[in-house]
Design a protein around this ligand. Sequence first.
Ligand code: 6PG
Length: 465
Amino acid sequence: AEAHIGLIGLGTMGSALALNIAEKGFPIAVWNRTTEVTHRFRAEADELADRILPCDTLAALVAAIAPPRAIILMVPAGQAVDDQIAALAPFLGPDDLVIDAGNANFHDTNRRDAAGLPFRFLGMGVSGGEEGARHGPAIMGGGARADWDRVAPVLTAIAAKAEDGTPCADWMGEAGAGHFVKAVHNGIEYADMQMIAEVYGILRDGLGMPAEDIAGVFRGWNEGVLKSYLIEISGEVAAAVDPVSGGPMLDVILDSAGQKGTGRWTAVEAQHLGTPIPVIEAAVMARNASARRAERAAGEARFGPGPRRVEGMTTETLEQALIAGKILCYAQGFGMIAAASTAFGWSLDMAAIARVWRAGCIIRSAMLNDMAAALAEDPARNLILAPGFAAMLEETVPALRQVVAAGALNGLALPALSAGLAWFDTMRTARGTANMIQAQRDFFGAHGFQRVDGLDRPHGPWGKA
Ligand code: 6PG
């Protein structure tokens, strides 16, 4: 036994993670279902090859790792994880630790955590794509704190480092907490991407801007408040040229987005928790609608495309609208995390989560520094009420309003930005309109209501009570 740790599953993410671990000085034993893949992986590992132990069988993998063992699973979420757990069980003892690093549904992680497995188990969210896994992902761990602490030296070594040098790897909470936080990360990822796509739509269809100019706009924004990985890559994407047509790459890509489901899980879970995340829900809806190309084409044939052209909209206004949308979306995401923390008894550390997201992950951005600081100050407060963000919203919401209005008037669909604005207006309305809902419920179902004057007359005079 010479390896410090083991890894199962040498797909894109598993290979990148294994190389990262080896590079940080930890000898690693690896196994893949197809033995040939395992050996090719080592052969291609160049100067890291002497820290990689390719194993042909699970028994050999287990034997190669110093006990108590730690083995990272990087296999497709779902049944493959259960199958792998079952296959490993005969070889492992109660002190050995299996770490599921895939994009598991946190309910599955909860189930596995509670299943009385014959070894220790952690569920770990890993973000940053292939590049992140190879050179520094963000890592969100869930399970027993002591198990996390055992592998923390490896995980913090391979993780991305924030500007202040802090590793973006942390224990989030018990059981499925790590995978839950990763799911919310992905929900926010969907929303950030969708809001950028909506603004791209205004630049392209509303202002008639060519892709290379759009690239310039995104590049400019990446120097300011919006500085983030997703804005950066959007600039690169917009600038890219299709080698086939010689035109903008974006113009030859079908407008139909895929999804593996993590954003949907977040939306579904938010409904279960009764916590509003309308920007994320709108982003999931938009992906679903994007898949219905034929139906959209039929809609356009019947109703026409709408005027689309927008007059007098500056890129500064769009930038401000995106800043507002982003703050609102993150406020919702953190609100969901707070709701889950209470509902699941997890004591999630809001500021620690924002800190882990500062680097390495897909949603990394300059703004997360300030969010981490605001959440450290008061984790229970809605982010929109943190003084710095409240001031930013005061400054940027008028632009969001202008953009959403322009979209509404000109037939440009802005589901996520509109959802953000509607939520903001909901959250700044002390006396809303749910009195009407309560009256209706009481009218048809004698559900009762509370009175503003506190009197104990919980039914209306509509003769139903
Ligand atoms: C990350 C990403 C990643 C996710 C892809 C695909 O944080 O690195 O969230 O884990 O799998 O982004 O997600 P969809 O297929 O659902 O878009």
